[in-house]
Design a protein around this ligand. Sequence first.
Ligand code: GCV
Length: 699
Amino acid sequence: MSGPRLVDVHPAWLPPEAFRAVGSRRALVCGAGTLVGTVRHELARACARYGGTVAWQPGSGPVDAAPEHRTGGVNLVLALSTAAPLPAPAAEVAGECRRRYGAGALGAEGFALARTGDVTVVLAEEPPGLLHGLFHVIRLGESAFGAARGQERHRPAMRLRMLDHWDNVDVHRVTGQVERGYAGGSIFWRDGSPRGDLARVPDYGRLLAACGVNAVSVNNVNVHATEARLLTDRLGDVAAIADVLRPYGIRVHLSVTFAAPVVLGGLPTADPLDTEVRAWWAATTRQVYDRVPDLGGYVVKADSEGQPGPFTYGRSHADGANLLAEALEPFRGVVHWRAFVYDHRQDWRDRSTDRARAAFDHFAPLDGRFRANVVLQVKHGPMDFQAREPVSPVLAAMPATRLAVEVQVTQEYTGQQRHVCYLAPWWSEVLGFAPWGDHRTVAALAAGDVGEGGGLVGVSNVGDDPFWTGHPLAQANLYAFGRLAWDPGLGPAAVLDEWIGLTFPPGPAGGHDLVRRTLHEMMDGSWRTYERYTAPLGVGFMVRPGHHYGPDVDGYEYSPWGAYHFADRDGVGVDRTRASGTGFTGQYPQPWRDVYESLDRCPDDLLLFFHHVPYGHVLHDGSTVIQHIYDTHFAGAEEVAALRRRWDRLDGLLDPGLHARVRERLDEQVRCAEEWRDQVNAYFFRKSGVPDARGRRIP
Ligand code: GCV
């Protein structure tokens, strides 16, 4: 039912012990189909280890049961509501569910959970719901089998919860096998070909399903020559991955090049309004679906950082996206069209062009012009996954367009999986942001509670590293991405707690409370720690150009990439006001257009994103900008040193390989945080000439 497993790969949040509670029960599974098979397989594996049993009732007909099941005594039932006859406890839950919510209330992926008498029941209307229900019970552990629990209904907030792999098939001369990948090679591709075997991919699908992810795009949005062919003569490689992920309810998406009709089809143009181009996409897409009938759809980066797009033909991005949407529509496929469009060849002397404005300027006027199966995929901030940015104003500007929010799980700008940086608090802030200052949040927009809803997309942080994510603690970001896409209302600390509980269940070495406490101390506030020792007050970048690791305050200052801080001897920051700057604040609705415009009301943590201020400008906490820079950089580096010390407490309590890997990464984080502290402080001391009020050494 599942492929062979690699023994030397870390199980992440699914170690065998996480299955102890279900594996020691007598379970009954009711229903049929591939995903129900996966549920049975998971239970069978757990029961073989922990002494429980699994019986199966495929639908109508006899129960395939061990003798103890025939005489009752089942204490876990996982049932599809369509299975007949439903065993009594499941029928009870189904009845109550219908009474409370009406028919169809669980949806394709939802489930109901209840404990009646001494039976825990998971009821779903469709197989994906049953699989999610199983993983929920695993998350609950023994507490799923404790006191009676009233009926709970669980449904994902977002229909689409997708990870985009920026994996190249060929090793790219600049970006390597995985663009912005910090966890080794790709789990799908190696040196121009699919990996010889996909043994690890089922385990990956299992991890994703267990945190709620339901879609994966398998290649980089920068589509080079070899990757382009995944759409045509190398489609079999995509089909093979889809086959392996399907049993875990994960649908595959494919990144395609807009120039495909030219580079693959031999046509003279890729003009979206050309009839031959339309026919080419229609025919090609038909062949794709013949081979992969449940393909989720296409992902497209167009007119961005050198990728081809409709601008070449004088067409709009609505024309471009609709072309592909039309081809996908008969197969219920979706095109994820990225809004990351800006001029990456800007003249740094040109103060009127503002990269932050670009996505809104290009896309907001197109609202209402996209077909229903276009999802506009918008980076959460207007720049590029910095440790602090405001929420993109595009999200509030397109009520008649399906919008997906894109976050970066891979830590390109947040320490590249060498630094501990738990990102869930950042994503929670983004998802909880209310663009109109009322109940309508970014999460509601992505979920479709407001507007059309396109889901949550994360750039994957997984590679072929034995710990999946390079830094073992970065697994928590992958887990949290899935959980927040399922339920954006979950608290980041609670999600971390779940991850800790699953990943480090009580073991023979004891010390479980210490492990839990220490990991919370290290990770809960780690994003803010990272923010403290890197670029200050929302100004962003200041990283080394190209690879983006470590400090280089002026690295992008005189470059064509549009990422400037404008520091001089008097002050720092980007004037994006309507009054005197680029006018970017005007892209927000009220109240934010005025809040960000106002020097007094603008939140300190975004001050330099919106305003150019003197070093002596006084922040809301009474500190000056220059003193804030010194204080936060000293504090951030000290906090990292404390993280490093805390980790030593866990020596002997965790797997030695894991402990050593984290220790080695923490040593690098300490070094790098000191480098950031010293470069940023020295730079601003030299520019401003203002000494540190506390007299600390600045090199
Ligand atoms: C895949 C940033 C990254 C690029 C990435 C791009 C994008 O610019 O540095 O590596 O390209 O974002 O999101 O398309």
